[in-house]
Design a protein around this ligand. Structure first.
Ligand SMILES: Cc1cc2nc3c(=O)[nH]c(=O)nc-3n(C[C@H](O)[C@H](O)[C@H](O)COP(=O)(O)OP(=O)(O)OC[C@H]3O[C@@H](n4cnc5c(N)ncnc54)[C@H](O)[C@@H]3O)c2cc1C
Length: 386
C-alpha cells in the first residue's frame, strides 16, 4: 500500500494549483459578492483539461482516474469552492454523455463539453422529488420517433447558462426502473428557466428551476436504453460524491492554512494565538480530521477506479465524512480568526457558506447514512468492511 502521489499526480496537482492561484483566487471574492458565473475562466480550465478530467480520451477528455480528478478538484476548490464545485458537476455530466450517449450525440457534444467550450447541467431533482429522486414525475413520451418532455426540475446548477442538460425523466411506470436519461440541448423550444435562486453560498454559479413544456428531442438523445436512466444517474453521482467531497477538502485546507498563518500573527494577552495550548490542540484536531477525510475520499476514488462492488458505499461514506469534517474545519478556522473571521475582508465566511451545501446536495448526508447502513444491514460479510 503506497499513500504517496505518483509523479504524474504531483504534476496534475501542481498544474491545478497554479491555475487556481492565477485564474481563480484573485477573483473568487468578487464572483461571490456579485454572483458572477465565470464562464470564461471555466472555459480556460477546459483548455487545461479540467472540464473532462475523467472523460475518456476518445471522447475528447483527458482520461484520468477518479483519484487523479479528486486531486485536481481539491486544488481548484482551494481557491474558489463554488466555481470548482460547478466544474465538478460539469465533469460528471460530461462523463455521463461520453459513456452512454449514442455515437451521434458523442460526436456532436463530447469534445465540446470536455474542452469547456460548452457547459452541462445534471437535472435529477424536482420540486417534489429530492431525496426520493426515484419518485420523479417529469415525463418523456416517445411520439413518432421523438421524445416529448413535460415536467419541471428544481435546484439545477448552472441552469440558464449551460448548453446541454442531462435530464432524468420517466418513460415507464413508477419507481426507478421507469426512468430514462436524456441529453437535451438547453435551448430547445419549450424549455424555460426560473429566476436565479438567492443562496447562502455557491454564488459564483447560478441555480435555477427548469420547466419542460412539450420539449421535443430526437430519440437518438436517449442515454443508454429506456429504463436505465436511474442507474445512469446513480453511476454519475457516485463520482459526483467524490468530486464534491474533494471540493470540501480543498476549502477546508485553505481555511486551515489561513488559520495557521493567523495564529502566528495575531497577538492577544501579549502572546501570539499560536502560543495558547487550547488553540494549538484545536489546530491539531483540525488537521488530523482533514487528513483522515482526505484518505477516505482517496480510498473511495480508488474503489471506483477499480470498479469494486462496494464502491458506491465508500463514495457515500467519503461524501458524508469529508463534507462534515470540512464544514467543521472551516467553522473552527473562522472561530480562530475571531471577529475577523466573520467579515468579508477575510475568506473564512465564504468558505463556510460555500461548503455548507455540500452536506445537502448530491444526496444529503442523511441519505448517505441510508446507503451505508443499508449496505451494512443487508448481509455484507464482516470481513468485507475491514
Ligand atoms: C445549491 C444547490 C445546487 C443543487 N444542484 C443540483 C443539480 O445540479 N442537480 C440536481 O439534480 N439537484 C441539485 N440540487 C438538489 C439537491 O440534490 C437536493 O436539494 C437534495 O438531494 C435534497 O433534496 P431536497 O432539497 O428535496 O430535500 P428533502 O428530500 O425534502 O429532504 C429534507 C430533509 O429530510 C431528510 N430526509 C429525507 N428523506 C430522508 C430519509 N429517508 N431518512 C432520513 N432523512 C431524510 C433530508 O436529509 C433533509 O435533511 C441542488 C441543491 C442545492 C441547494
Amino acid at each position: 500500500m503506497n499513500f504517496d502521489l505518483s509523479e504524474q499526480q504531483r504534476a496534475f496537482q501542481h498544474a491545478a494549483r497554479q491555475f487556481a492561484a492565477d485564474k481563480m483566487a484573485p477573483h473568487a471574492a468578487q464572483w461571490d459578492a456579485e454572483c458572477t458565473f465565470p464562464i470564461e475562466v471555466i472555459q480556460q480550465a477546459g483548455e487545461w483539461g479540467f472540464c473532462g478530467l475523467y472523460t475518456p480520451e476518445a471522447a475528447g477528455g483527458i482520461g484520468l482516474s477518479r483519484l487523479d480528478a479528486s486531486i485536481v478538484f481539491e486544488e481548484l476548490s482551494y481557491a474558489c469552492p463554488s466555481t470548482a464545485a460547478y466544474i465538478s458537476i460539469h465533469n460528471m455530466a460530461c462523463w455521463m454523455v461520453a459513456t452512454w450517449a449514442t455515437p451521434t450525440v458523442v460526436d456532436q457534444w463530447s469534445a465540446l463539453l470536455a474542452s469547456g467550450r460548452k457547459l452541462a447541467s445534471y437535472c435529477l431533482t424536482e420540486p417534489n422529488a429530492g431525496s426520493d429522486a426515484a419518485s420523479l414525475k417529469t415525463r418523456a413520451n416517445l411520439i413518432n420517433g421523438q421524445y416529448c418532455l413535460n415536467g419541471a426540475k428544481a435546484f439545477i446548477s448552472g441552469a440558464g447558462s449551460t448548453d446541454l442538460l442531462v435530464v432524468m425523466a420517466r418513460t415507464g411506470s413508477e419507481g426507478a426502473s421507469g426512468i430514462s436519461a436524456f441529453a437535451v440541448p438547453a435551448d430547445t423550444q419549450g424549455i424555460t428557466y426560473g429566476r436565479c435562486e438567492q443562496k447562502m453560498g455557491w454564488n459564483s454559479q447560478p441555480t435555477r428551476t427548469i420547466s419542460f413544456d412539450n420539449v421535443m428531442i430526437p430519440a437518438s438523445h436517449l442515454l443508454g436504453v429506456e429504463g436505465e436512466g436511474f442507474k445512469i444517474a446513480m453511476r454519475g453521482i457516485d463520482g459526483g460524491r467524490i468530486n464534491i467531497a474533494s471540493c470540501s477538502l480543498g476549502a477546508a485546507q485553505a481555511a486551515l492554512d489561513a488559520a495557521r498563518l493567523y495564529m502566528g500573527e495575531r497577538q492577544q494577552f501579549k502572546r501570539k494565538l499560536a502560543d495558547f495550548q487550547a488553540l494549538q490542540f484545536k489546530l491539531a484536531d483540525m488537521v488530523t480530521e482533514l487528513v483522515a477525510a482526505r484518505q477516505i475520499v482517496r480510498l473511495a476514488a480508488t474503489k471506483l477506479d477499480q470498479r469494486a462492488p462496494d464502491a458506491s458505499t465508500y463514495c457515500a461514506m467519503a461524501k458524508r465524512f469529508a463534507t462534515d469534517v470540512s464544514f467543521s474545519v472551516c467553522n473552527d478556522a473562522l472561530q480562530l480568526h475571531g471577529g475577523y473571521g466573520y467579515i468579508r475582508e477575510y475568506p473564512l465566511e465564504r468558505y463556510l457558506r460555500d461548503v455548507r451545501v455540500h452536506q445537502i446536495l448530491e444526496g444529503t448526508n442523511e441519505i448517505m447514512r441510508v446507503i451505508i447502513s443499508r449496505h451494512l444491514l443487508n448481509g455484507v460479510a464482516p470481513e468485507e468492511i475491514r
